[in-house]
Design a protein around this ligand. Structure first.
Ligand code: FRU
Length: 494
């Protein structure tokens, strides 16, 4: 440690202690990871080591609206109760001076190896950088920790000069995994990139694939994946994984968060999207991408990351927040914090008789294990005063199911369009949604709905998890009403 990071560590520790003493107010979450103080964005470095889950997150402790980024560290034994440990990685070397940006972790022989982007913004007198093609450094950095808490020396693995000449300075968010060995490299890494075009609004998102045999060095470019058509200007937070199918085959998935999607399909949706495509062929060679599918059609979901836990489950956590959304107020800001993780979701692939595959996301089983005080009903249900709940509506007839929360948030099915709709009735900033309106997603028919509520969030899983809807909300009264003729309704406290 030098005086620079010793001081940063001390300030972060003091902020954490004060935040703990003061508390996070009425909208503090009970079953979701929230920042120890200040701002949170992407989940980073998700992994499990000796039974303990480790999560890091993009954290700005000094500014509730975001600012200089650190990696804060939390641990959990059940993916539900998280304990803040410390700020594990600080922007304290020239290669990450303007932010410890997103990245991933690999556990090898008990050590936690992290890979992240060191963000650098150059300032030169008399020069006006656009920070896209000039003035920015995005360094791919490695650090190692024997316990996941304190990290040693930072090594720059790749710098802008090492990336292909036609990409802009925006190359970030390394996700590393161990390959099956058939690719010629033991370790593979995807990086999100913005390829330069003649005019900035034609820049193109893509994924760079690097390979190495030694993890801590020797990374070389093996592929670039962009799809056949331009799809946004930047792909953030890429992730690649293979889901096992019942017949023993693997279903390859490339997940990413494209920025700049345009056209009628994206009207009335979030400013930035996160979703996935199937991959046909090796990611290290000639491969084709399937159609883009959203992970979550709600208001607050971005930059998800997955990992494989010690039981072999593929688990995804998203950032339950959405940047750059004017007109929306997050009512936790007054309490000195903003945003949280989604609940961890297990990702599974289900193959139908005709060979088609559905990728489903379901809250991890640990959540259902916490269920208490269950209430069972048919047709309808009204409950009051349950902020933290797990609601299941199954056997829905003719897609008829209306769930109304806090008198203002409706989740229902629109017969005419075949869409599931999440809508706040009061769209003003004073409303329960803090200025949110409506989101919809076409499913054709509604068979089941699972809704997980916390003090300031709602996550809905439609038809066994074929699509999710996540949103933050700020109720004054925790009322729950379900109208679903002939369906089975079960609700528990968590
Ligand atoms: C996604 C993102 C990443 C970046 C990080 C910075 O939300 O923009 O691409 O690494 O956040 O906080």
């Amino acid at each position: 440690m030098n005086f620079m990071n010793a001081n940063l560590a001390r300030v972060c520790r003091e902020i954490a202690e004060t935040a703990k003493a003061v508390g996070k107010g009425t909208y503090d979450q009970r079953i979701h990871l929230t920042p120890y103080a200040g701002w949170l964005n992407d989940p980073n470095g998700l992994c499990q080591r000796d039974g303990v889950y480790h999560a890091y997150y993009q954290s700005s402790p000094f500014a509730v609206d975001g600012g200089l980024k650190f990696w804060a560290h939390a641990t959990s034994r059940d993916l539900v109760e998280w304990e803040f440990d410390r700020v594990s990685i600080m922007p304290d070397v020239p290669a990450d001076a303007d932010g410890v940006y997103s990245g991933s972790a690999v556990v090898l022989d008990g050590d936690v190896h992290v890979f992240y982007t060191g963000n650098v913004k150059h300032v030169e007198e008399g020069r006006d950088f656009d920070y896209i093609t000039e003035g920015r450094g995005h360094n791919t950095i490695h650090a190692m920790s024997p316990d996941g808490s304190e990290f040693g020396e930072k090594t720059v693995l790749l710098a802008n000069a090492d990336y292909p000449a036609d990409v802009t300075c925006h190359v970030r968010d390394p996700k590393v995994w161990e390959s099956d060995g058939e690719t010629g490299h033991r370790w593979l890494m995807v990086l999100g990139a913005r390829r330069a075009a003649k005019t900035r609004d034609e820049d193109r998102g893509e994924v760079l694939v690097y390979g190495s045999n030694d993890l801590t060095g020797g990374w070389e470019l093996v592929n670039r994946i962009a799809g056949s058509e331009r799809f946004g200007y930047m792909w953030e937070c890429p992730d690649y994984f293979e889901l096992p199918l019942a017949d023993g085959a693997a279903y390859p998935v490339l997940s990413f968060s494209p920025q700049g999607l345009e056209g009628p399909e994206w009207e009335g949706t979030n400013v930035y999207q996160s979703g996935w495509v199937s991959v046909e062929g090796p990611v290290t060679g000639d491969c084709e991408l399937g159609g883009f599918k959203l992970w979550d059609a709600g208001f607050d979901f971005y930059a998800p990351q997955t990992f494989e836990d010690e039981q072999g489950r593929r688990i995804m956590i998203g950032w339950m927040g959405m940047p750059d959304t004017p007109g929306h107020v997050n009512k936790t800001v007054d309490h000195g914090w903003q945003h949280c993780f989604t609940v961890p979701r297990e990702i599974v692939a289900e193959q139908a008789a005709d060979g088609s595959v559905r990728v489903l996301q379901r809250p991890v089983a640990e959540l259902a294990e916490r269920r208490v005080n269950g209430v069972t009903a048919e047709n309808d249900l009204e409950l009051d005063g349950r902020p933290v709940f797990d609601l299941e509506v199954t056997g829905i007839q003719d897609s008829w199911c209306d769930v109304r929360l806090a008198d203002e948030l409706d989740i229902s099915f629109d017969e005419e369009s075949g869409d599931v709709v999440m809508a706040f009735s009061d769209t003003s900033q004073e409303g329960v949604g803090g200025g949110r309106g409506e989101r919809r997603y076409h499913v054709g028919g509604l068979e089941s709905l699972r809704v997980i509520g916390d003090r300031s969030s709602v996550e809905c899983f439609v038809n066994g998890g074929e699509i999710a809807f996540s949103t933050r909300y700020y109720p004054e009264r925790y009322a729950l009403e379900v109208d679903a003729p002939h369906a089975s309704i079960d609700c528990w406290e968590l």
